[in-house]
Design a protein around this ligand. Structure first.
Ligand code: B1H
Length: 832
């Protein structure tokens, strides 16, 4: 080989400062096409990302080749959402070259932190469900599991949120506008996906009844691959996202008719399929385009999985030994019918065999019990869009209901609840029931949620299949959420217990004995203070509000939803504001209430609550009589990058959902790991956080899930009585209703007050108010004693090791997938 090429090749892999610097300068000129004087921050980001990408490609291919050569069992995580955030810091840290990169940039006169800031967030998700998928990708790669993510390459991620006069306004999010250096387009990896048309019956070669789907419209799914770097950089897995492409023949059909403009128009319409992420966290819209998105990426993924399997196998008998497919909620549940179709219609497998294979291959995670989030597609729509799948679903249903115990017992009520078809009103396909029936394992995402699944939505299925439901409590990746986001604390921890915790978070328990060490406490506080300063600067930049760094940072960051009860929080803030004004001579603990979160664009109540928080903030923040002891901020455009600044800086973590309604929560874990104390209800994973950090180190309040259930069932709950008997609540509500916070429109908040009174207060805000205020008081009292507070904060961090997504993913791997770590072989490295 030509020596110049050889040296360039080595340089591409070189991990030292000089090699990186030379790569940067070369990439800037030859790939970005700029010289150093003209380069913008964004040019430098692309330069650095491309040079870093060079350093992972060999190991990526080694990983893929090893899986192939060993014919390893793979797990496929099918998810309509991957909320990834930025990748540069993550790639550098997982490759272990952050310092080298910083120095290399230094020598060019650049600052790594500035370069990092130029990367847009990949916001291909709404909230917890999408972020969980991203944490799982990180954990699968870090645990050397052969794991693939499959999803959609949305051109527009979750909308950008701005506040105009305090109201949420949505803007398109254009993360791909300047190109995406992390992805590899694979124009040759292309699968056809069909819609509409009709089903034709015919006799196959042996005279059996068979079906084909004809006269359908065709769309192509094109792959884009993103490498997923595991910690240490040994395993580099693949996230494969599909993009819609119009077929050529489709266009030429019209072109030959002379209708060229129409053909191009049609192409744009077809490609709308992967244009935009639906922004309705936990609510289902019933939109045809959404169903098409679900089928589009599921079908392409299954075709790809079968193609990979067939490279080593000539029949499908061992598919379940080579592939585990995890359904991230019901969004890809149509995959059950699609795999049946592919096996039966396209590959000639018999129905019963195909059904056994399907069930042994799929498993399903349920993420919510909220009735409005349980997907149920109208039969009439399904018949039109996916006619063959509708038939297959009927067939699965008929066979199941015929054999079920309910039929044997003559229990028609149970039978109709087990049915895949909801026959009440317009007939609908219950995707949860389909996912349950077509899977060998079904899991919830926290202990409480899993119990409630058994008692509520899946009670009848649980009786039928008592072994199927299992729990997999969520987790978070310690790489992004501690090592990367909270460098002051990460460095402190490493200085005391070494860096083994990054890979094995259970080691962080060694910090518990440092909780009584005064020097360690002081350093822990110093790290927190540094993070709070950074957040204070961010708040000032984003909102113009100055907050006191030494105030109690009280944080509620998550999607805006009535069940998450941001309303309860802001009502308590109003009550506290009144107390401060009434008692100006008391020495108050200064409090900064920090909110952030997006509302679904069509969720009017959630948007009204945003406006209320902004209105209250305006009044409180400008009132000199509280002497800056209370500040309220609502940060715009909450996303992964904002979370990385907020989580490390929090003192108090608000996890205050109506008990029984938050399936797990994962922000609760990020905050506690970063040393925030939780104020929360016994809901979702809060229950398990309490068990781990200890009852003395968490502020639990409010009704339990059981009490909520009983109270609602009794019908005896009257919010008006509660309001009447609580003067501070009554005063807060009166202020809202008389326009104290909305003098320009005194009736603005009528719908909120209505929901809390005549509406019956479904989310039990009034019922939990007084207990919540007491817990808040206890938190403020404790905060005065900085030594005690810090001790408890340290115990939170120390006891959160179990909530690593590495633990979660290994539970999935052993108990659901039967997938094992595979260490990639790296021949290239021994060569040079
Ligand atoms: C969760 C969703 C969700 N549960 C529908 N369900 C969506 C449902 O666009 N849609 O149609 C989008 C999202 N998201 C969350 O999952 C739970 O509310 C959290 O409690 C949980 O921590 C998270 C991860 O399991």
């Amino acid at each position: 080989m030509d020596a110049r090429y050889k040296s360039r090749e080595i340089e591409r892999r070189s991990l030292d400062v000089d090699g990186l610097k030379r790569s940067f300068l070369e990439w800037l000129v030859y790939s970005v096409g700029k010289d150093a004087r003209a380069a913008t921050r964004r040019d430098w980001f692309h330069t650095v990302a491309l040079a870093v990408r060079d350093r992972l490609v060999d190991r990526w291919m080694d990983t893929t080749r090893t899986y192939y050569q060993q014919d390893a069992k793979r797990v496929y995580y099918l998810s309509l959402e991957f909320l990834i955030g930025r990748l540069l810091t993550n790639s550098l840290a997982n490759l272990g070259i952050t310092d080298q990169c910083r120095q290399a940039l230094d020598r060019i006169g650049l600052n790594l932190d500035d370069v990092v800031e130029a990367e847009p967030d990949a916001a291909l998700g709404n909230g917890g469900l999408g972020r969980l998928a991203a944490c799982f990708l990180d954990s699968m790669a870090s645990e050397a599991l052969p794991g693939y993510g499959y999803g959609i390459r949305y051109e527009f991620g979750l909308f950008e949120q701005r506040f105009e006069h305090g109201w949420q306004v949505e803007y398109p999010e254009q993360w791909l506008q300047f190109g995406n250096p992390w992805e590899f387009p694979r124009p040759e990896v292309l699968y056809p996906v069909q819609f509409y048309g009709r089903v034709e019956e015919f006799r196959d070669s042996v005279g059996e009844r068979a079906y084909r789907w004809v006269d359908a419209e065709r769309v192509l799914a094109m792959a884009y691959d993103t490498p997923v770097v595991g910690y240490g950089g040994d395993t580099i897995n693949t996230l494969r996202l599909w993009s819609a492409r119009a077929t050529r023949d489709f266009n030429f059909g019209h072109f030959n008719d002379g209708a060229y403009m129409k053909a191009v128009e049609q192409k744009v319409l077809t490609e709308n399929l992967s244009r935009v992420l639906y922004p309705n966290d936990a609510t289902e819209g019933g939109k045809e385009l959404r169903l098409k998105q679900e089928y589009f990426f599921t079908s392409a993924s299954l075709q790809d999985i079968l193609r990979r399997y067939l490279q080593h196998h000539s029949n499908f008998d061992s598919l379940p030994d080579k592939a585990a497919i995890q359904l991230n909620d019901t969004h890809p549940a149509i995959g059950i019918a699609e795999l049946m179709r592919l096996l039966v219609d396209q590959h000639g497998v018999t129905w019963d065999k195909a059904w056994d294979i399907t069930r042994a291959t799929f498993s399903y995670t349920n993420h919510t019990l909220l009735p409005e989030a349980l997907e149920a597609w109208p039969v009439r729509m399904m018949e039109r869009v996916l006619p063959r799948h509708m038939q297959i679903i009927y067939e699965i249903n008929a066979k199941f209901l015929n054999r079920s115990k309910a039929r044997a017992a003559g229990d028609n009520g149970r039978l109709s609840r087990l049915s895949l078809i909801d026959e009440r009103g317009d007939r609908r396909v219950r995707m949860g029931n389909l996912a349950f029936l077509g899977s060998h394992k079904v899991n919830g995402v926290s202990a409480l949620h899993t119990e409630l699944m058994k008692q509520t939505v899946f009670a009848d299925f649980h009786a039928e299949f008592p072994e199927r439901i299992n729990n997999k409590t969520n987790g978070i990746t310690p790489r992004r959420w501690l090592h990367q986001a909270n460098q002051p604390l990460a460095a402190l921890i490493t200085s005391r217990i070494g860096n083994g915790w990054i890979k094995d978070l259970s080691q962080i328990s060694a910090l518990a004995e440092k909780a009584d060490d005064l020097v360690f406490r002081e350093e822990f506080r110093r790290a927190k203070r540094k993070n709070k300063k950074r957040l204070a600067a961010y708040i000032a930049r984003q909102t113009g509000v100055d907050v006191q760094v030494d105030s109690l940072f009280d944080v509620q960051v998550k999607r805006m939803h009535e069940y998450k009860r941001q309303l309860l929080n802001i009502l308590q803030a109003i009550a506290l504001y009144n107390e401060m004004r009434d008692n100006p001579t008391v020495s108050w603990v200064p409090v900064t209430k920090i909110f952030a979160g997006k509302a679904a664009p069509s969720y009017h109540m959630a948007k009204l609550i945003i406006k209320l928080i902004n209105d209250v903030a305006k009044v409180v923040n400008h009132d000199p009589s509280v002497h800056d002891n209370l500040k309220i901020v609502l940060l715009p455009n909450y996303n992964v990058t904002a979370a990385e600044i907020i989580m490390p800086a929090a003192d108090l973590s608000e996890q205050i959902s109506t008990a029984g309604m938050e399936a797990s929560g994962t922000g609760n874990m990020k905050l506690a790991l970063n040393g925030a104390l939780t104020i929360g209800t016994l809901d979702g994973a809060n229950v398990e956080i309490r068990e781990h950090v200890g009852d003395d180190n968490i502020f639990i309040f409010g009704l339990t899930a059981e009490e909520v259930n009983d109270l609602r069932a009794s019908g005896g709950f009257n919010p008006r009585d509660v309001i009447a008997s609580n003067p501070s609540l009554k005063r807060a509500l009166d202020m809202i209703s008389t326009g104290v916070f909305s003098p320009d429109d005194p009736h603005r908040y009528h719908p909120i007050l209505q929901a809390l009174t005549d509406g019956g207060d479904h989310f039990l805000v009034t019922a939990d108010f007084s207990d919540y205020c007491q817990a808040q008081q206890a938190a403020m009292d404790l905060y005065r004693d900085q030594e005690e507070w810090t001790r408890k904060a340290i115990l939170n961090t120390a006891n959160m090791g179990w909530f690593s997504s590495d633990r979660t993913i290994m539970e999935y791997a052993t108990e659901i997938w039967d997938v094992h770590p595979v260490k990639p072989e790296h021949p290239a490295e021994t060569e040079t």
